[in-house]
Design a protein. Structure first.
Length: 312
């Protein structure tokens, strides 16, 4: 029997998009706007540790291929749906095998530092930018996602810092990078001058992390972001791994931020035996530049961000 969350989602879907039809062969596949978009709708209860669990059938994902398709992940108490663009994650699903029941196992982590999607055997991906009805409306009415400016390393760094400040975290930026932050792309924020002394064994690596969110007025690491603009994914993972090995207690979010084209490289690298052994593969998420931009736009309503001169 469908959950109330799914029934409520379908009611609103029909109100917004009257041309809605269910595809044959599945209870979870729908098409809106006379083929403008396909939706794969899945529901989960929220478990006590703030996680949801989903099984994604291989045959249903196959029906999404070649279309503008969204995986709609629903849970109780949700304000707006999580609409994951399948075309952005298709290569990730292809890089791993489904379970013996023919389903890919996925989880969503609901946390203050950002909503994350975990795909078994592949890794974690920050999906905060995909929350809300906006992406579906763009697909149906415009047939394409919104364009974004070309951002430089420093601009991505600035936006991530601004997001941390919006969430009331203390923000660390390496001292040598602070002068290069670009206040034309985000509201100005103050940077913390010192890092927790208890991380002395990994202090050199910690001081080189591009953006760190810390609990306000505390020594608690909440999120670490490595922006890999022109450097290899592996180098950023090694730095995060040094911090992960030195961390005692607590599990901050570790994130590699890069072009969307580097997502497959992230999946290969983060699943190396060394990162599995340290636990980093379980904790580290991937965040692409577009996600950073759309996350900031959604958090602030600001869309007049200007681009830099460097590549995406």
């Amino acid at each position: 029997m469908p959950s109330e969350a799914k029934l409520g989602f379908l009611r609103k879907l029909r109100q917004c998009f009257p041309r809605l039809r269910k595809l044959q062969g599945s209870q979870s596949l729908y098409e809106v706007g006379d083929g403008a978009a396909r939706l794969y709708i899945r529901y989960s209860k929220v478990h006590p540790d703030g996680r949801t669990f989903y099984g994604l059938r291989q045959e249903d994902l196959t029906a999404l291929a070649g279309h503008r398709s969204l995986i709609c992940l629903l849970w109780d108490g949700q304000r707006e749906p999580l609409l994951v663009p399948y075309w952005q994650y298709e290569e990730v699903f292809h890089s791993v095998a489904p379970a013996s029941d023919g389903q890919y196992k996925a989880q969503v982590y609901l946390q203050d530092e950002g909503t994350e999607l975990y795909i078994a055997q592949a890794g974690r991906f920050t999906v905060e930018a995909h929350i809300g009805w906006g992406q579906l409306e763009k697909l149906v009415h415009q047939g394409a996602v919104v364009s974004m400016p070309v951002l430089s390393h420093a601009q991505v760094q600035t936006i991530l810092g601004a997001l941390g400040a919006l969430k009331s975290y203390d923000v660390w930026i390496p001292r040598g990078d602070v002068g290069g932050l670009d206040w034309s792309v985000a509201e100005q924020f103050g940077c913390r001058s010192e890092l927790p002394a208890r991380f002395e064994p990994a202090m050199q690596a910690l001081q080189e992390v591009d953006v760190i969110w810390l609990g306000r007025g505390s020594n608690e690491l909440r999120a670490l972001y490595e922006v890999e603009h022109s450097t290899p994914i592996y180098s950023g993972l090694l730095r995060l791994n040094d911090v992960c090995l030195a961390s005692a207690g607590g599990e901050p979010t570790y994130a590699v931020v890069a072009k969307g084209t580097k997502r497959s490289a992230f999946v290969r690298q983060v699943n190396r035996p060394t990162f599995r052994a340290s636990g980093l593969s379980r904790l580290c998420t991937f965040l692409k530049y577009r996600d950073v931009f759309e996350w900031y736009v959604r958090a602030t309503g600001r869309q007049e961000v200007t681009g830099g001169q460097a590549g995406l």
